[in-house]
Design a protein around this ligand. Structure first.
Ligand SMILES: NC(=O)c1ccc[n+]([C@@H]2O[C@H](COP(=O)([O-])OP(=O)(O)OC[C@H]3O[C@@H](n4cnc5c(N)ncnc54)[C@H](OP(=O)(O)O)[C@@H]3O)[C@@H](O)[C@H]2O)c1
Length: 298
């Protein structure tokens, strides 16, 4: 199988490329920086919508993982445009490019997020649950919709609605860990908001399943089967770090510091379950949060 990966320099992309190569797959990278010139590198320019389409003929699969980091500070108008361009526009450009090929890939696996569901309290959410409201839910809907040209061409399209990915190399856990290790961690707001999470190793295996299982298509919730409230997450992380976590972060402070970003990520509740992964027979290596954290932090 020859697989093209975009966003291959990122947290998820780099783990996925290493795994796929270790399993003997031929992996090419879709890159924005023209620093490397080899057969395994394909270039694209998202603003102008150009892709080296000649190099896309004959691929078996495309995995698409770009997106400007949503969790780095307040969301300005400029940042929101960048979130949109690097997700919705990028997906449209790539989807159009593969749909226009003479020999298109069999499968297009494209990133999305549990932000699709919005802020939903205790409601249990599966792939067929309706989308929510807010900037992130709108973004995720448009991001998923941008894969339609590929689906219309008959390519199997999977959109991966990922929860918070647990890894030491980046993302939320890498930011929280120094705080918890100092013993100054604590719940965020009421702590009642649900957080859907997945360990990076399980995530990579779930992507692999989507690539090879021809029965999987459409949205797939990529989350562990045991989402937790923020209070449970805080207690578990503190226990694994062997530190207290007694410094709650008040809502008013988060809103002053981070505004809409805080409301839509840190304070938002999404209790998402992996319906399609379960139906496909996927076995989680780390279904429980404490196991996932102990493994990642060991
Ligand atoms: N990590 C999580 O917990 C999580 C959870 C849910 C969803 N996701 C989504 O999954 C995707 C990958 O996540 P990640 O954690 O691997 O992200 P990441 O580490 O921030 O990497 C994202 C990649 O996107 C590309 N990128 C950065 N800025 C860009 C821009 N202005 N235009 C186009 N591409 C740009 C870069 O790849 P190149 O330089 O190679 O192009 C970068 O390596 C993102 O869309 C993210 O929102 C992540």
């Amino acid at each position: 199988m020859k697989i093209l990966v975009s966003g291959s320099t990122g947290l998820i992309g780099s783990a996925l490329v290493s795994f796929l190569r270790s399993q003997g797959y031929e992996v090419a990278r879709l890159m924005r920086e023209r620093s490397v010139r080899d057969e395994q590198t394909v270039y694209w320019d998202i603003p102008s919508g150009t892709v080296e389409t000649g190099k896309l003929e004959g691929l078996d699969a495309v995995v698409h993982l770009t997106g400007v980091n949503l969790g780095a500070g307040r969301w300005t108008v400029k940042k929101k445009t960048a979130f949109h361009e690097s997700r919705v526009k990028a997906t449209r450009v790539l989807s159009d490019a593969i749909a226009g090929l003479e020999r298109p890939p069999g499968v297009f696996v494209s990133a999305s997020a549990v932000g699709y569901y919005g802020n939903r309290g205790n409601e249990v959410l599966y792939e067929d649950s309706p989308s929510g409201t807010g900037f992130l839910a709108d973004l995720c809907r448009q991001w998923e919709d941008a894969t339609k040209p590929a689906a219309a061409k008959g390519i199997r399209v999977v959109t991966t609605r990922m929860g918070v990915v647990l890894s030491l190399r980046g993302g939320a856990l890498a930011k929280l860990l120094p705080i918890f290790r100092l013993g100054i961690g604590g719940t965020v707001g009421s702590g009642d908001q649900y957080m859907s999470w997945i360990g990076i190793d399980d995530l990579v295996l779930a992507f692999h399943l989507c690539l090879i299982n021809e029965n999987v298509d459409g949205p797939v919730n990529m989350v562990a089967p045991n989402p937790v409230t923020n209070a449970e997450f805080t207690r578990t992380l503190a226990r694994v770090c062997r530190r207290p976590a007694v410094f709650p972060v008040p809502v008013w402070l988060l809103k002053i510091l981070f505004g809409e970003m805080a409301e839509e990520t840190l304070l938002s509740s999404a209790r998402v379950l992996p319906g399609k992964l379960h139906d496909s027979g996927f076995t989680f290596r780390f279904p429980e949060l404490h196991e996932a954290l102990e493994y990642v932090l060991k």
